[in-house]
Design a protein around this ligand. Sequence first.
Ligand code: NCD
Length: 307
Amino acid sequence: MKWSKKHIISIKDFSRDEIDYVLKKSSEMEDRLSHEKTGSLMKNKILSNLFFEPSTRTRMSFEAAMKKLGGFTIGFDYPEVSSEAKGETVADTVRIASGYSDVIVIRHPMEGSARLASENSSVPVINGGDGANQHPTQTLLDLYTIKKEFKKIDGLRICVVGDLKYGRTVHSLTNALENYDVEMCFISPMELRMPRDSIKGLEDRGIKVKESSKLNIKDSDVIYCTRIQKERFPDPQEYERVKDAYVIDNSSIEGIEDKAIIMHPLPRVTEINPEIDRTRHARYFEQAKNGIPVRMTLLSLVSGVDF
Ligand code: NCD
């Protein structure tokens, strides 16, 4: 794949070889980072962070990644301070940002917004989450975390728990896992099941899929939990009905395998009890930290920087 000037919009645009390449380069980047050898890779380049929706990890880790590469960031953290408040379109905002910067990260509540942004930009656009649709850089750091732990992805049993209807992180992750020889288990309330096309995508590749509304996580290597996405529910009463559907605590992990890891893209609300943080299974804080080398790698690759 030609990486330079590539937009990163959907994980579906990536082949297995391309995903594996990003994971390999991210590991090299992490190594360089530990030797403080990254500060000139994107010296004086500018990243625009256009965040039309709340974010802690995605925005901060892209900013930290850019700074560790020797570059700068500009942009906004919430749309109220941008000209969106005056009625400017996303397309115009992106056109302007692409004149001010070398790469753009955009997060927006509308599905398809990142694709639209890429069509209006003269510099690479990276999707930091478009509504309930996709979050490709989160998926790459999720896979990086899994590979770091197990030294492989093939052969693993991966269980995804929570809001599988509105969660963009699990949509991207499921699409990416079509490329691997895994077993998948989806646990959610009936109302929040994984979209049918994602399940079909897995089954078409011969991947074993189980769906359940019971929190049975015993036979899993990876337990990937998600937040119920309150902001995406059209009906607040529907949210009230499912908001406490699952809680992972010391009693629910009884009998899980020693080597099993618990992941979460964060933020968590009530779905993982903090008592889990002290167990050998918790990986969500390391997972968030892995966003740095992975996002440094993506910024470098799309900017045509060799490392
Ligand atoms: C997620 C997101 O924004 O999709 N967070 C993240 O980027 N790490 C998950 C969420 O909001 O629940």
